[in-house]
Design a protein around this ligand. Structure first.
Ligand SMILES: *Cc1c(COP(=O)(O)O)cnc(C)c1O
Length: 451
């Protein structure tokens, strides 16, 4: 066991180690077994099978260990086996694994709702509903908004990602791999231009002006009073870790309020201390009408939620919301423990600390490497956008090569972006400084070697 300066105890040694025969024989054999039985549409970005994971480290079945800069896509912020989460899950599962909250309710669900109502922005009266996945939370936020407003239209943005179900595919911007040939899609979804500072034609455009551009288009193409909801990721995830210009989100939220439109912040990826605040909207003091949550919420157990204005959520008739597994008791226990660890370890502070370390390193690297077009993000949700040197032309080939080179050295990094040219960093917030610095050094070397 090793302990960091932040009092976090790790069960597994926090060190990367990749043997020469990577991927090893056990992973290769499992990959063969998998190919025979698992549908090809489910792709994995890393060719090894996991045996164990803890803190900032993932062990594979062949004895390799990798620095985890992805957290299973922003899920294991408290670590993949946080002792508090593991203990709470064990305790819960020994009593009952399921009863269905819609049949026989239990305290854990109510306790999670209390926590979410407390932690989400705004001191207005709130209500919460629990589900299983991010997409399900998004679907339900839109259901509530349509019922409460009596309107149909939903506004989403360029580069948006909201999930893989029919409605959330419609809300998602990117065709391949998420939408191509999966239609027809849910109707009454309208896409508006995002504020994407690095790729603005006019780099001087302010957040307020970018909001005005979208609002004018909504008014012209839909009409403000037809719109049930505006849904937006305060920092876009899959679309490329796009941080809108300051003032964009507040201007949109203000206009939505004015028009009686439900402002939904999709914080599935950006929530739960990821950006150094409980939610990314907090950076700009925006108070959403409804907030969708999942990924980081329960230390890896499947759970999602919507929390929003009581008048909106309570507008729905009894029985109108729910689901067999939504708010599973074991997942609720994990969420309560996970939130407890976030507070105990001050993971908002840790995320800010990670930003301080990593953003500095990445900016330094960008001054030496003209293939790094942009460095951006907040807290431990950071990215670099790779381009053809001297231009803004996306460089997805280099992005792939860098991710592959990092993996060979024992660092798992994820890519994203509409143009496939963004390297995103989503380390567990409990990662040690040493491991983070080591991971960043590997990334820097991989860019130098492949640029
Ligand atoms: C991942 C994600 C979703 C979908 O969540 P699932 O649990 O995969 O259904 C929705 N919105 C955002 C912003 C996401 O990052």
């Amino acid at each position: 066991m090793t302990t960091t300066a932040h009092d976090i105890t790790y069960r597994l040694e926090q060190k990367r180690r990749v043997q020469a025969d990577f991927p090893g024989p056990k992973s290769v054999a499992l990959t063969e077994r998998r190919k025979a039985v698992v549908a090809a549409g489910v792709a994995s970005s890393v060719p090894v099978f996991v045996a164990d994971a803890d803190g900032g480290i993932i062990h594979d079945v062949d004895g390799n260990s990798f620095i985890d800069l992805g957290s299973g896509i922003a899920v294991t912020s408290v670590g993949a086996s946080d002792p508090a989460v593991v203990g709470a899950v064990k305790e819960a599962v020994e009593h009952f694994t399921h009863s269905c909250f819609m049949v026989t309710p239990y305290e854990g669900y109510v306790a999670v709702a209390e926590q979410l109502n407390r932690l989400t922005p705004g001191d207005h009266e709130k209500r919460t509903v629990l589900f299983n996945s991010g997409a399900e939370a998004v679907e339900n936020a839109v259901k509530v908004a349509r019922l409460a407003t009596g309107r149909d239209a939903v506004v989403a943005f360029d580069h948006a990602y909201h999930g893989r179900t029919n409605l959330t595919m419609a809300l998602t911007a990117k065709a391949m791999p998420y939408k191509t040939n999966f239609g027809p899609f849910a109707p009454e979804v309208y896409r508006m231009p995002m504020s994407y500072p690095f790729r603005e034609e006019n780099p001087a455009i302010t957040g307020a002006e970018a909001a005005k551009r979208a609002i004018t288009m909504i008014e012209k193409q839909i009409g403000g009073e037809q719109v049930a909801a505006i849904i937006i990721e305060p920092i876009q995830g899959e679309g490329g870790f796009i941080v809108p210009a300051d003032g964009f989100l507040p201007a949109l939220a203000d206009w939505a309020k004015d028009k009686g439109i439900v402002f939904i912040a999709d914080e599935v990826q950006s929530g739960f201390c990821r950006t150094g605040e409980w939610f990314a909207v907090n950076h700009e003091g925006v108070v959403p009408d409804i907030i969708t949550m999942a990924k980081g919420i329960a230390g890896g157990m499947p759970l999602s939620a919507i929390t929003g204005r009581a008048d909106l959520l309570d507008a729905v008739h009894p029985g109108g919301l729910g689901g067999t597994y939504g708010g599973n008791p074991v997942a609720c226990a994990a969420a309560l423990a996970s939130i407890g660890s976030m507070e105990q370890y001050d993971l908002n502070g840790r995320a800010k600390h990670i930003e301080e370390i990593a953003l500095g390193k990445l900016r330094e690297l960008a001054t030496e490497q003209p293939v790094i077009g942009d460095v951006r993000g907040r807290g431990a949700m950071l990215a670099i956008e790779l381009v053809q040197a001297g231009s803004k032309e996306p460089n997805p080939e280099l992005t792939k090569a860098v991710a592959a080179a990092c993996l060979k050295e024992g660092v798992i990094i994820l890519t994203c972006g509409t143009y496939g040219n963004v390297i995103r960093l989503l380390p567990p917030l409990v990662i040690s400084d040493e491991l983070l610095l080591d991971g960043l050094a590997v990334l820097a070397a991989a860019i130098k070697a492949n640029a």
